[in-house]
Design a protein around this ligand. Structure first.
Ligand code: DGJ
Length: 546
């Protein structure tokens, strides 16, 4: 079938990559459905909730075992119904390929793969015990997965000329546990063999820009380095993790390339992150983690980027780590607490993210739902400005990467784990922020809310996106943040406020003023304040005086 709609694509392979859909920049205001919530008969009940959240994209799994119940025979009912329903509700889709691996395990491989463990070998523990994890060291496993994934992409090429599906995640939270590597016969053989020249050449060619952890592991590395994995990387669990990451990456690369050969959409893979204090083997190891980004990039060039599933409270630290390791930020899974709303604003403002998506989105409720809807509304209205801006992207508390000032940042309050810098350069001025988090309106006594806290103890989020839109002009959107502006050159000039107005951008992008704010709301010209408890957008005009 001839497609008239242009294919979705990414503008680059770098941290600044933008997703283009239908020829326009597209920010994914997404939500990932629970693993078993994407079928028509079940999902039907949840469209009203999903529509109330100002989402534009749903992330939904496609199960290998459901689409290929018998080898070579495909069954597309679930996929086709999902496409129809998403279109009917004006929603785009990111499909998640639950193929060989789902949260380390291989629970979604078809019965004909599961039961034929001679033909499709399993990974084995150090003691030789078979696990329900397909081994990435066997060609038969890779070929079977690649064939099924290619069939899915070929089917989409036929049935989705309008590109309801805008990106695809290949596999889900790949990782080895317990033990950092596979001990199957093929894996043991590979472990004792030399590190492939393909990897060594890549690491040597990119030695200047390798991540810090890998650089430290390769202290004595030079053009002549060769040897077994233990000789090159050390006989440690960390070396075993690199070995396993290379095997996973090569396998995922083959699956991804087979899919892209049928329909070239942007593709990525996601990681379960590392719980503090755990070592390789104690967390799902060897997945697309920031300290392994170079190994994944070397092994899986068909992937466009790697992505974090961020459930931990130090959200900014993990988001920053993926960008520092050379990826654009896309968060396919995030905790659906009240703070999701703040993390959304941080992701788009600080990193110009491709998208942000809380997990189990159909089950969101209460303040978390209300806040997320508010944050998504701000992102939707500011989308053209976010897409055009040069995002800050520096890890929190550190100087920006480049010498040219960014024209946009995202602000999150400091937490125990992440200290926000007090002053951040945006456009011509430094912005200083303070935060107000007010208690959430209480539910009935004893009710436990989304964050698991008792009602009344939960605090509403504080966060903002700040965009410099021209000389002395800013757009700010968010909740619970007070801003003052300062001259970074320390010229002695004071930066005053000519005006601040709250308003909204309508569907055509026109600014509709809601109210003029030059009195108490700006503390008579001293600051810009986004009230706590309510999302708002303000247009701000500044000037200098002495
Ligand atoms: C992360 C996984 O990627 C999801 O599929 C799901 O299992 C969630 N964890 C559950 O919290």
């Amino acid at each position: 079938m001839n497609t008239t709609t242009p294919k979705p694509y990414l503008t680059s392979r770098g941290t600044d990559a933008r997703l283009i859909v239908g020829g326009e920049p597209f920010l994914i205001r997404g939500g990932e459905l629970g693993n078993s919530s994407g079928e028509r008969a079940y999902l039907n009940n949840y469209w009203p909730v999903l529509e109330s959240l100002n989402l534009n994209t749903l992330l939904v799994p496609v199960y290998w075992d459901a689409i290929e119940p018998n080898e070579g025979q495909f069954e597309w009912r679930i996929v086709d119904e999902l496409l129809e329903d998403a279109r009917a509700h004006n929603m785009r889709l990111v499909l998640l390929w639950f193929g060989s691996w789902k949260n380390s395990m291989s629970s979604y491989v078809p019965a004909w793969v599961k039961t034929d463990f001679e033909r499709f070998p399993r990974a084995r523990s150090a003691s030789g015990m078979a696990m329900e994890i397909l081994s990435p060291f066997y060609q038969a496993n890779q070929d079977a997965d690649a064939k099924a994934f290619a069939a899915l992409m070929a089917h989409l090429r036929e049935v989705d000329p309008q590109h309801t599906v805008i990106m695809v995640q290949v596999e889900n939270e790949i990782g080895m546990i317990p033990g950092a590597r596979d001990h199957s016969a093929a894996a043991n053989k590979a472990w004792s063999e030399p590190v492939p020249a393909e990897l060594l050449d890549y690491l040597y060619a990119h030695r200047a820009e390798l991540g810090d952890t890998l650089k430290a592991q390769l202290a004595d590395f030079d053009a002549n380095t060769e040897g077994t994995w233990a000789q090159v990387f050390g006989d440690t669990p960390a070396a075993e993790e690199i070995f396993q990451a290379w095997a996973f990456a090569k396998y995922v690369d083959a699956v991804t390339a087979a899919g892209k050969a049928e329909l070239e959409l942007p593709m990525f893979t996601n990681a379960a992150l590392i719980r503090t204090g755990t070592q390789p083997g104690q967390y799902p190891s060897a997945g697309p983690l920031p300290h392994l980004a170079d190994i994944w990039r070397a092994g899986a060039p068909a992937l466009d980027f790697i992505a974090p599933d961020i459930y931990f409270p130090n959200y900014a630290e993990w988001a920053d780590a993926y960008v520092t390791s050379g990826n654009p930020l896309f968060v396919p899974e995030a905790l659906r607490s009240v703070d999701a709303a703040a993390n959304a604003l941080y992701s788009f403002g600080k990193h110009g993210a491709i998208g942000f998506c809380p997990f189990g989105i159909e089950s969101i409720s209460g303040n978390a739902a209300r806040m997320l809807a508010g944050a998504n509304e701000v992102v939707a209205q500011l989308a053209p400005y976010i897409a055009a801006a040069d995002a800050d992207r520096a890890p929190q508390g550190r100087a920006q990467f480049s010498t040219t000032a960014p024209t946009m940042t995202g602000l999150l309050p400091p937490t125990d784990n992440q200290r926000a810098p007090h002053r951040i350069r945006v456009g011509d001025y430094d912005v200083e922020a303070t935060y107000e988090r007010v208690p959430a309106p209480t539910l009935a006594d004893g009710v436990i809310n989304e964050s698991g806290q008792a009602a009344g103890t939960e605090k509403l989020p504080a966060a903002a996106i700040v965009i410099s839109t021209g000389e002395d002009e800013y757009l700010v959107g968010g909740i619970g943040v007070t801003l003052t502006f300062h001259d970074p050159t320390r010229s002695g000039d004071i930066i005053g406020i000519i005006s601040a107005a709250e308003g909204r951008f309508d569907e055509t992008g026109e600014w509709d003023q809601i109210r003029w704010l030059n009195g108490d709301q700006t503390h008579q010209g001293r600051h810009i304040r986004l009230e706590p408890g309510r999302f708002a957008i303000q247009k701000v005009k500044l000037y200098r005086y002495r």
